[in-house]
Ligand binder design. Structure first.
Ligand SMILES: *[C@@H]1O[C@H](CO)[C@@H](O)[C@H](O)[C@H]1NC(C)=O
Ligand SMILES: *[C@@H]1O[C@H](CO)[C@@H](O)[C@H](O)[C@H]1NC(C)=O
Ligand SMILES: *[C@@H]1O[C@H](CO)[C@@H](O)[C@H](O)[C@H]1NC(C)=O
Length: 154
């Protein structure tokens, strides 16, 4: 039962991924109880502006949704965490304090697991980051992960 459901979810996610790749209208995802759903694919690659399918997936990566608060002087806080599956896909649901209409502008994705974890030839420093884009009502997808080398001051 569990593996059947998992297969179905994966099928939905893959369908969304291919719909994006082909530029077709996105598939309406299943309803769940949350303000915002973020799902997508994390590549195991340190190129710039990578698109789904251009690199192998990054399994077991910790993905964080970080948002700047509307109050609190714009401090950046982790709004949700997710871990990618064996193929690099993740999905997170969050009851966000950020107004849903401003999620894409205020939130971004940061991969907290070093790239070296998925491919030992890739650097241990630096992080993958992506902005968000609205895929369907309250469902966001990464714009595309890019690799950033962390400033040494941080
Ligand atoms: C996300 O993970 C970090 C580190 O593992 C943890 O400190 C934080 O509380 C988590 N945040 C949420 C919203 O789950
Ligand atoms: C969001 O809030 C609803 C209603 O309070 C709750 O049922 C749901 O579990 C929450 N979802 C998450 C991801 O926290
Ligand atoms: C690991 O990364 C190197 C350098 O980008 C690449 O040439 C190689 O194909 C990658 N290996 C795997 C298993 O993806």
């Amino acid at each position: 039962m569990a593996s059947k459901r998992r297969g179905l979810l994966l099928a939905v996610v893959v369908a969304v991924g291919s719909a994006l790749a082909s530029g077709a209208p996105p598939v309406q995802p299943p309803r769940i109880q949350a303000d915002v759903v973020v799902m997508g694919f994390v590549p195991c690659n340190n190129g710039a502006s990578m698109r789904t399918g251009s690199a192998p997936g990054f399994p077991g990566a910790l993905v964080q949704l970080q948002c700047t608060a509307e109050s609190d002087g714009g401090a950046l806080a982790v709004a949700a965490n997710a871990t990618t599956d064996g193929k690099g896909w993740f999905r997170m649901a969050v009851n966000t304090t950020v107004a849903p209409s401003s999620v894409a502008g205020r939130c971004g994705l940061v991969v907290d697991t070093p790239l070296a974890a998925c491919n030992a030839t890739l650097p241990a420093a630096g992080t993958l980051r992506s902005g968000l884009r609205l895929l369907a009502s309250m469902v966001f997808f990464p714009r595309g992960f890019s690799y950033y080398v962390a400033p040494s001051a941080e």
